[in-house]
Design a protein around this ligand. Structure first.
Ligand code: LIP
Length: 277
């Protein structure tokens, strides 16, 4: 049977590649930095330009589809997931990396229908790695199938996480407390690529066993959630139970055993939801 969303997915791959060219070109120029929710929550004209490029081209081809885009939400558009076909876009995941030319920068596009992610496309544009996942059909990097790691012993694992862009002392305290708990399990190491999307691709690729973070947004993790699950991984809330992509909390792991072990170490908190009125 023909895949209803194949055309949309092909378009997502093509537009992510085009967006990646724009990002790479912009790295040659001066990057004018602005701030959003805090002095360390950065945005550039390239984030805005790339989001418009993606939205305009999708609107032209799929005029009835909806959007949740990081920069559109920052500009006041609603962040509500309905049953309609919805493109969930992070034009530059890893904006701080982009500003500093730290070499992990991704274009992340998730596509949801009936509140279920149907496909995810993440283009790590400085590495030229195109990660794709289609629900029920596996996850790939540049066409090669992805499989999570089979390590079940957390003491032999690498865990990815981020410090995020909140500098609220209570949140920072909890982030450090969780980090200390994880590090002292002990694990082999803790890493962070500076982008949620690429951290999740690393879980899917099997080079890290788990990624967790509190404070991310739906556009950071929509595509990555499918890449991880289609590579055989597991998603969980930081307190256990089902992940809620609007809750700004996620654990993505190679297995339920590792995910549950991470959950035990996390000093959790609840940032304002993405879909809060
Ligand atoms: C970033 C994430 C990163 C997280 C930051 C931020 P942006 O996304 O990917 O992992 O720690 O708080 O959300 O802002 O570069 O799209």
């Amino acid at each position: 049977m023909a895949d209803l969303w194949q055309d949309a997915m092909d378009h997502a791959v093509a537009i992510a590649r085009r967006a990646g060219e724009v990002v790479r070109e912009a790295l040659q120029d001066d990057r004018k930095v602005m701030t959003k929710s805090s002095s360390v929550d950065l945005v550039t004209q390239t984030d805005q330009k790339v989001e418009q490029l993606i939205i305009q081209s999708v609107k032209y081809k799929f005029p009835t589809h909806s959007f949740i885009g990081e920069e559109s939400v920052a500009a006041g558009e609603p962040c509500v997931l309905t049953d309609r076909p919805t493109w969930i876009i992070d034009p530059i995941d890893g904006t701080t990396n982009f500003v500093h030319a730290f070499p992990f920068v991704a274009i992340s596009i998730g596509f949801s229908v009936n509140k279920q992610i149907e496909f995810g496309v993440i283009y790590s544009c400085l590495e030229d790695k195109m990660y794709t996942a289609r629900r029920g059909k596996g996850a790939f990097c540049n066409g090669e199938p992805l499989q999570v790691s089979d390590r079940e012993d957390i003491k032999q694992s690498i865990i990815a996480t981020e410090f995020g862009s909140s500098r609220d002392p209570e949140a920072v305290e909890k982030i450090f407390s969780s980090l200390r708990n994880v590090l002292c399990i002990p694990v082999h190491g803790v890493r962070g690529a500076g982008t949620a999307a690429i951290n999740m691709c690393h879980v899917a690729s099997g080079c890290v066993e788990a990624y967790y973070e509190i404070g991310i947004h739906v556009w950071d993790v929509a595509a990555g959630s499918l890449v991880v699950s289609e590579a055989g991984g597991v998603l969980m809330d930081v307190e256990g139970g089902a992940v809620d992509l609007m809750s700004r909390r996620i654990v993505a792991a190679n297995s339920r055993t590792i995910a549950e072990r991470i959950v035990k170490q996390i000093d959790s908190f609840s940032p304002l939801r993405d879909d809060a009125p």
